[in-house]
Design a binder for this molecule. Structure first.
Ligand SMILES: [Zn+2]
Length: 176
């Protein structure tokens, strides 16, 4: 795989217009950069991602990541939203892709957090929900290597890739 290592800042303004490739002007105080050719302004923002806490018989479902970044570490089912996708729809899609099951998302978000992702430190807006499996038996596919069910007592020893996932699971397994 011939790839060149090119540094990329997670926060600096874009340099070229995504619409026409023209070099953008210097950033305004708002952080937007304007294209002198088409007049559009471009902004950097966090990428929204969704995750699910699925509990059955007092244990929460966690996944082992099959791919980088954080390959081999523990994650929750979920992933990045597609453009224009509602978080609930995105979470149901990701759970289907990763576990092969139908799921229903319960209530409103139980986690809102920002964190960085990958070698460039790209900013992610993490949105967590509680969810239930409504059809099928969870088995790993796509970018999941393995599925495990963990109890509240095991939580502290689980190698979560992102610490906020541990705390989100804890709030569900140890209510109050
Ligand atoms: Zn342009």
């Amino acid at each position: 795989m011939p790839e060149q290592e090119v540094p990329f800042s997670p926060t600096e303004p874009y340099r070229f217009c995504p619409a026409d490739g023209t070099r953008l002007e210097g950033p305004r105080p708002s952080g937007g950069t304007r294209c002198p050719l088409c007049g559009r302004s471009w902004y950097r923002s966090s990428a929204p991602a969704v995750g699910a806490v699925i509990v059955r018989d007092g244990k929460a479902l966690v996944t082992i990541r099959a791919r980088e970044p954080e390959k081999g570490r523990i994650d929750l089912p979920g992933g990045f939203l597609e453009v224009g996708e509602h978080p609930v729809d995105g979470l149901r899609r990701e759970v289907k892709e990763e576990l092969g099951v139908e799921a229903e998302v319960v209530g409103t978000p139980i986690l809102l957090e920002t964190h960085t992702y990958g070698p460039d430190g790209a900013y992610v807006l993490a949105i967590g929900f509680r969810a239930n499996i409504t059809g099928g038996e969870a088995s790993p596919t796509d970018d999941v290597a393995e599925v495990r069910w963990v109890s509240a007592e095991e939580l502290d020893t689980v190698d979560f890739a992102w610490e906020h996932d541990r705390e989100m699971v804890r709030t569900i397994l140890e209510p109050g």
